[in-house]
Design a binder for this molecule. Structure first.
Ligand code: ADP
Length: 420
């Protein structure tokens, strides 16, 4: 065996292993390379079955299909030794009692066979077997060379197994994702229906309560008035919750994309703040706006962006008992940035990671709310290609919170039907 030829075979196999060749092709290169370089009759690679009872043929060269179909190869005495990491030579294959298919070996013209373990690490996972047409011994050098090639084969096999496992897990994951998406659509439909069905009777009850509170059903005693007022407040809260719940399917279904147009963010901020001005004033809180002369237009929904500002500024006022709420806007390279800063109670550090979750309410608050405002705000901004983050306390302050969101100057042409 010429050294040059050996090197050539090794080179071909190693390039196959490191290149984009599929592992099956590398295995085919190995068995062909060995057969041709070392002038054998043939060579095959077999894997040990998971229960270790038989060998599973993977690839071979120089061996007829008829011989390959001879029947299952049991984990016989030879294989058991190979599985212990030994190389086993059967010099006279057609007379050796350890050979399972002697007759077929004779017909195939196999005289000797050498089995070498495939060991990608400590465990034997298969066998590399070479067949010769004449009875022969193998030199230590040949066995060493075959063992190195068997190890390369083991690497290729491992790569093939990893690829198969990866393919399977990718398939499983994408099936799970599709199922979750279907479940989400079904749930949103259900939410939409349930919220609509609840809204109408609650609004009717609210109407009756107002009629009674206005004295159209007779004079009310103090206790009756107090109880009716409290009921009316609770119904208000439920109606807020329902209106928030109805927003979620509207945003998630992409309905908002139909409302997209060029919108002036400064005007939206001014509009929202003027509506909340009295609420802040009643609490003795200063509501400041620090807006630039002009801001570029945003491709967005006027109504929903107003909802974002109103929610952030409304929260800032709600969760602040003294000081100020400041709304700032600035133009960045590709985006417009808006900050809503307050000097209020702040958000406990352990609650910060959950603050945008549905129904989440921090542990330091006493007033009622739905815990949906921020999650809806985040959904709206993300549907506009924007992002929101929170800092509490804002850097340089001892108390309060700062919510910052960015929106792209041009929303990249979101279209109806786009996935949000
Ligand atoms: P809600 O205000 O109805 O509870 P949100 O989703 O708007 O629901 O807010 C979720 C929670 O985040 C609030 O319950 C509150 O704990 C916290 N939070 C939001 N904004 C502020 C703020 N500016 N300062 C302190 N806590 C806030």
């Amino acid at each position: 065996m010429k050294n040059e030829k050996l090197l050539q075979t090794l080179y071909t196999i190693a390039t196959g292993l490191t290149s984009s060749l599929a592992p099956e092709e590398v295995l085919a290169t190995i068995v062909e390379g060995i057969t041709k370089t070392m002038n054998f009759k043939g060579c095959s690679l077999m894997l040990i079955s998971p229960d270790k009872s038989r060998l599973i043929h993977t690839t071979s060269y120089g061996i007829s299909k008829g011989y390959l179909r001879k029947g299952p190869v049991q984990a016989d005495a030879i294989i058991k030794r190979v599985m212990q990491g030994r190389t086993v030579l059967i010099k006279d294959a057609i007379h050796d009692s350890r050979v399972q298919y002697k007759e077929q070996a004779e017909k195939e013209g196999i005289a000797s066979m050498l089995s070498v373990p495939l060991m990608p690490d400590d465990e034997v996972v298969g066998i590399l077997r070479v067949y010769t047409s004449e009875q022969r011994q193998f030199t230590a050098k040949e066995i060493k060379f075959l063992s190195s090639l068997a190890n390369l084969g083991a690497l290729a096999l491992r790569k093939a197994m990893l690829n198969a496992a990866l393919g399977r897990s990718l398939e499983e994951h994408s099936a799970k994702i599709s199922k979750m998406e279907e479940d989400q659509v079904r749930f949103l439909r259900f939410l939409n229906m349930a919220a609509h069905d609840l809204k109408a009777p609650l609004a009717a009850i609210q109407g009756f309560l107002w009629i009674m509170l206005d004295g159209y059903c007779g004079v009310l005693g103090d206790k009756q008035r107090d109880m009716l007022q409290r009921s009316s407040l609770r119904i208000d809260e439920l109606l807020y919750l329902i209106s928030d719940l109805l927003d979620i399917p509207r945003i998630e279904s992409g309905q908002m994309l139909r409302e997209m147009e060029g919108v002036p963010l400064c005007q939206i901020i001014e509009g929202s703040c003027s509506e909340l001005y009295n609420q802040a004033k009643d609490k003795g809180i200063e509501l400041r706006m620090e807006l630039p002369q002009c801001l570029p237009e945003i491709l967005g929904s006027n109504l929903r962006l107003k909802q974002v500002i109103t929610n952030l500024v409304g929260n800032a006022i709600n969760y602040t008992s003294q000081g100020a709420v400041t709304v700032r806007a600035a133009e960045l390279d590709d985006d417009v940035e808006v900050e809503v800063i307050d000097t209020g109670i702040g958000i406990p550090p352990q609650d910060l990671p959950l603050i945008f979750d549905d129904f989440f309410r921090a542990s330091n608050i006493g007033i009622r709310g739905t815990g949906l405002g921020l999650s809806i705000t985040k959904r709206i901004l993300e549907a506009h290609g924007g992002k929101i983050r929170v800092e509490s306390p804002p850097s340089g302050s001892q108390t309060g919170s700062k919510f910052t969101f960015i929106l792209p100057k041009k929303s990249g042409g979101l279209k109806e039907g786009d996935k949000l």
